[in-house]
Design a protein. Structure first.
Length: 298
């Protein structure tokens, strides 16, 4: 039967191309959505009252999200190729499995970053500088698991840069009373979903000596996730109040809260398959909020 899933498209790609598509995780699009959705929130909030979000900007940021998530995964695998060989879930990644050489991945990374730069140059000067400032986070994030139990916080700072960039791309600069609470909400959200994700690998992480919030929080994980979720919801309310959002927006925030509460309440941190399911469901969280922003603006 015909299938248009990302995984099927990668499997149907020509053999020599397939390892590169897997290197940029094109077969696992959840991460791309989680990078893209904070951009859509910001673009949506920046739209004029009564107007839909700028579809040109949504398209540009969609392309940018695919490229930058792919570049981030390439950098991550270049740093972690020796670790990945020791973990069953990651041993089949192209670099760890030897399907691609380090030099080939470096050239591929250059191509992804060059295309991402072309997308960035389509924006205004303020946004070009702001976007370029995130590159240091993209490069250094994969190293953080070696030095701190809070690499998920650094990922949050990296993955939610679009919450600043989307607004500036539309408006020409950031309205910090709106952008900072939205950015903080995104960071808290990342701490929720990536801590859940990290619980998949906690046994392997202990063996190979890398750190995560899953290992830091242990059995207190649900209390921490509840605190992060509350901080996210309060930040979303602050952002909404500072740009005069309306009832549909706050309804969406309430729906996001209910979704997160269900995730946390039903989460089994000792079952990797449940952790993956909960992690992947966060795309719904981001889409709910985007719909609320669009309807609230209209």
């Amino acid at each position: 039967p015909l299938s248009f899933s990302a995984a099927e498209l990668v499997r149907a790609a020509p053999g020599p191309l397939r390892p590169y598509l897997r290197l940029m995780r094109l077969h696992q699009p959840t991460g791309t959505w989680l990078l893209y959705l904070p951009c859509t929130w910001s673009i949506g909030l920046a739209a004029e009252p009564g107007c839909l979000p700028d579809w040109h900007m949504l398209s540009l940021f969609g392309i940018g999200a695919v490229l930058m998530r792919g570049a981030g995964c390439t950098i991550n695998d270049m740093w972690d190729r020796d670790y990945d060989k020791k973990v069953a879930r990651t041993a089949s990644r192209p670099l760890a499995a030897g399907d691609i050489s380090t030099f080939q991945s470096f050239v591929f990374l250059g191509g992804q970053l060059s295309l991402a730069l072309c997308v960035l140059l389509c924006l205004n000067y303020y946004s070009i500088i702001l976007g370029a400032a995130s590159v240091s986070l993209v490069i250094t994030y994969p190293l953080m698991k070696r030095v701190t139990y809070w690499p998920q916080l650094i990922l949050g700072l990296t993955f939610n840069w679009g919450a600043l960039l989307g607004w500036s791309a539309v408006k020409g600069s950031c309205e910090w009373s709106v952008c900072l609470p939205m950015y903080l909400a995104g960071v808290m959200w990342t701490l929720v979903y990536d801590t859940i994700y990290a619980h998949q690998d906690k046994r392997d992480d202990i063996v190979i000596g890398v750190k995560s919030t899953a290992l830091q929080f242990k059995e207190d994980t649900k209390q921490w996730l509840s605190g992060f979720s509350l901080a996210m919801l309060l930040s979303l309310c602050m952002a909404g109040m500072n740009c005069n959002q309306t009832f549909p927006y706050y309804s969406a925030v309430a729906a996001v809260g209910a979704h997160l509460a269900h995730q946390i309440y039903t989460l089994d941190i000792d079952k990797p398959e449940d952790c993956w399911k909960k992690f992947a469901s966060n795309r719904t969280v981001g889409v709910l909020l985007f719909i609320g922003i669009v309807l609230g603006n209209l």
